[in-house]
Write a protein that binds this ligand. Structure first.
Ligand code: ADP
Ligand code: MG
Length: 462
């Protein structure tokens, strides 16, 4: 029918505009490399902040003792206690508690958010068995993973540049987040020292390095997306401090804010315009878990409005922003039942659209594929950009250095098709020979352990 053709035309146009042929990915990779140089050259020199982490030594594996970590990055935050046993024993044990952040605190006041976090931390500490009390006179020490762009002033202090990923609390911007959390801890009498303030990418890099000394970069694909890598300190013109003994400095790229030559569809543009941070985090809005499902919802809404895709009326739920979550999208995308039962059920349960035909369900799966493929391929191009910056994207004669990239985040971990597409695209981009030297490793929960490791290596008792 005419309506169906109109729906197919909308789909096809979206597919074409979302295309990521290899030539385009190579442009993304080259632009990433160029922007990395620019961001390292001067403050504000690029969309990429290329933030200096003050981490110039990654874990060696010798770290020992009991340390705490706090991981705030998306909708959940976690409190961990990690028992490090040194080279021989590795991580002896870890316990954690996960708390979800009430949505009103994500857009409320700074004090309310940090009070909430401190209270959860106090509760975690209070519930621990007797054997865990620190010896008299010794403070508990914490690695604080705070996964938002921070301008560090030392390993244990830094001011928030901006919120991302659905957080928007004006009075935190420009404040030292360690100071904020410390204030809240003092108010309730929680005696703990924040020994290290790190981004989740830095934590993942540190956690990955603990297990594998070939880890040179970390990428997060979760609610948001970001990457960190080990740079040579002398290759950072904007760094005016001393060159560290190691010669290295870990850089938090904040690659979610990359944009450069990316072409956006009308749905991406509308999503961005209506977001909490218009014009910001464009790479993130094409790739990460917070947004993929929302892009699909927007295409489906257009198909419903202009082509009666779900019948004569537009399903009201389809108009609700962020109602279609990326885990639901992944479940539909992974549906292997002959009649796409999972897709049918998800459309019913999340969007209250019942009795969909197999034909319609197939289109929904195709949409999931278009959006996930674009995101995964762009992420692969970003990774190639890092390898290129480091001169590790090609194999030099007589050299067989391995480069390991630690990946983590719910999107990478659970969205199999996304992960597989990212990995095959990276291979495709690298070519067979170079691909043999690059390893992607799932750093399960590296960011929590990594923060504890960095707290250990920056302990006041060393
Ligand atoms: P955060 O990034 O908030 O620190 P995670 O790394 O756990 O937390 O990632 C959570 C995000 O991962 C979710 O917001 C969601 O977008 C995505 N995600 C979680 N589970 C799935 C899934 N099954 N399929 C696809 N994406 C998922
Ligand atoms: Mg996280």
């Amino acid at each position: 029918s005419r309506k169906w053709s109109r729906a197919m035309a909308i789909l096809k146009e979206f597919e074409e505009k979302s295309g990521t042929p290899l030539a385009k990915l190579r442009q993304v990779c080259d632009a990433m490399d160029v922007e990395m140089h620019a961001g390292l050259a001067s403050e504000g020199g690029s969309k990429l902040n290329m933030l200096i982490s003050f981490v110039d030594n990654l874990p060696t594996g010798d770290e020992k003792g009991l340390y705490y970590a706090l991981d705030l990055g998306g909708t959940n935050f976690r409190v961990l206690r990690v028992h490090l046993g040194g080279k021989e024993k590795g991580v002896i044990g870890q316990e954690f508690a996960e708390v979800s952040i009430p949505p009103h605190l994500m857009t409320g006041t700074s004090e309310a958010l940090f009070d909430f976090i401190a209270a959860a931390l106090a509760k975690f500490v209070a519930s621990e068995p007797d054997g865990f009390h620190p010896p008299p006179g010794r403070q508990r020490e914490l690695g604080f993973t705070f996964s938002f762009p921070v301008r560090q002033t030392s390993i244990s202090s830094g001011t928030l540049i901006k919120w991302t990923k659905g957080f928007n609390i004006e009075d935190t911007v420009g404040e030292d987040v360690v100071g904020e959390l410390t204030k809240s801890m003092e108010k309730i009498g929680l005696d703990m020292r924040i020994a290290a303030l790190v981004n989740d990418t830095i934590g993942t890099l540190a956690g990955g390095r603990f297990y594998n000394q070939d880890v040179i970069a970390a990428v997060i694909l979760g609610t948001g997306t970001n990457a960190a890598y080990v740079e040579r300190a002398h290759a950072i013109p904007k760094w005016h401090g001393l060159i560290p003994k190691s010669g290295d400095m870990v850089i938090n790229m904040e690659w979610g804010n990359f944009r450069s030559n990316l072409s956006l569809t009308e749905y991406d543009l509308a999503l961005d315009a209506e977001s909490l941070n218009p014009g910001e985090q464009i790479f993130e809005k094409l790739i990460s878990g917070m947004y993929l499902g929302e892009i699909i919802r927007r295409v489906l809404l257009k198909m419903a409005e202009e082509a009666d895709f779900f019948g004569d009326t537009v399903p009201p739920k389809l108009k609700v922003p962020f109602i279609l979550r990326t885990p639901d999208m992944a479940a539909m995308h992974h549906d292997t039942t002959p009649d796409l039962k999972v897709v049918g059920n998800k459309l019913k349960d999340t969007l209250e659209i019942s009795n969909t035909s197999l034909k319609v369900r197939k289109i929904v799966v195709e949409l999931c594929d278009i959006v996930a493929t674009r995101g995964a391929r762009l992420a692969a191009a970003g990774i190639l950009g890092i390898l290129k910056k480091l001169g590790r994207d090609t194999v030099k004669v007589g050299e067989k250095q391995k480069s390991v990239i630690a990946l983590d985040g719910g999107l990478y971990e659970h969205y199999t098709k996304f992960r597989e597409c990212l990995e095959s695209t990276l291979k495709e981009l690298l070519g067979e020979e170079a691909a043999e030297t690059i390893v992607i490793e799932h750093a399960n929960d590296g960011s929590g352990i990594g923060a504890a490791l960095l707290a250990a290596s920056h302990s006041q008792y060393l």
